[in-house]
Design a binder for this molecule. Structure first.
Ligand SMILES: C[S@@+](CC[C@H](N)C(=O)[O-])C[C@H]1O[C@@H](n2cnc3c(N)ncnc32)[C@H](O)[C@@H]1O
Length: 249
């Protein structure tokens, strides 16, 4: 199994514990009046559901290669059309989409091939929105707890950072609308066990043997009580980073 396909081993935990995009973040990537949206690498549908809930209720096609993630999406997100596919061969007609989104996923794609495919399925003037949602690593206790997972599985943090620096390959007519990226922050209340569980939904941890994943969860849970003493649930600071391009008409 490749690392990109590890999420499906814990699709239910992924869906329950990983963040949906920040309220307001979709405003950065979806212009008013968008009717047809493709959510690439849709996973379990966290972004798909947020798009379906927008004013005007756009039609959403969720494209995802992992059948275990798709199965979860089909259960939780019945309003979307769910199709199996990859960003490098998008199973949609040319010029058929007003917008293509990909959340916490660009680093899994082959950029030249995926960019050409996204340009193909977008209508002229359509938008590509890239999003990344995660617990805010600038908050010290978040960095410490996530650090448990990153130490056990070197690489996850590096992949995320590389993602924000996306420069689309030239020649596909994309105009960069948010070169500085926009970050939207919000807070979600979670149990301590769920915060520790969330640390274990990243690919670097997911590819560890089950016993080592349990050890990461246990260590994260213990550290939480040290860095945030108390027994109450935790207000977890999250961020969504947004980038947007328009396909020239
Ligand atoms: C971190 S998850 C993000 C899921 C969802 N977009 C979200 O924000 O929660 C990454 C997803 O990318 C999918 N994926 C991996 N390689 C892909 C590819 N080449 N094309 C499309 N999706 C891919 C994985 O199966 C996984 O569901």
């Amino acid at each position: 199994m490749t690392r990109a396909m590890t999420f499906g081993t814990r699709a239910d935990a992924y869906d329950r514990l990983r963040p949906a995009p920040a309220p307001g973040a979709l405003d950065q990537v979806l212009p008013p009046g968008v009717r047809r949206v493709a959510d690439l690498a849709a996973g379990t549908g966290l972004v798909t559901r947020a798009v379906l809930a927008r004013p005007g209720a756009p039609a959403v096609v969720a494209v995802e290669p992992d059948p275990r993630m798709l199965a979860r999406l089909a259960t939780t997100t019945p309003g979307a059309l769910a199709v199996r596919g990859v960003a490098e061969a998008i199973p949609l007609a040319s010029g058929s989409m007003d917008a293509v989104l990909a959340s916490s996923a660009w680093h899994w794609f082959d950029p030249p091939v995926a960019t050409a495919e996204i340009a193909r399925v977008l209508r002229p003037g359509g938008v590509l929105g890239l999003l990344w949602s995660r617990a805010d690593p600038t908050v010290p206790w978040v960095a410490q707890v996530r650090g448990i997972g990153n130490a056990a599985a070197d690489g996850s943090a590096r992949l995320s950072r590389r993602g924000f620096d996306v420069a689309l390959p030239p020649g596909h007519g994309f105009v960069d609308e948010l070169p500085e990226a926009v970050t939207v922050r919000w807070t979600r209340r979670m149990t301590r066990d769920d915060v520790a569980g969330m640390v274990c939904t990243y690919s670097g941890v997911l590819e560890l043997p089950a016993a080592e994943q349990d050890e990461v969860r246990r260590a994260a849970r213990e550290l939480l009580d040290v860095v945030l003493p108390g027994t109450d649930d935790v207000d977890v600071p999250f961020e969504t980073v947004a980038r947007r391009w328009t396909r020239a008409g």
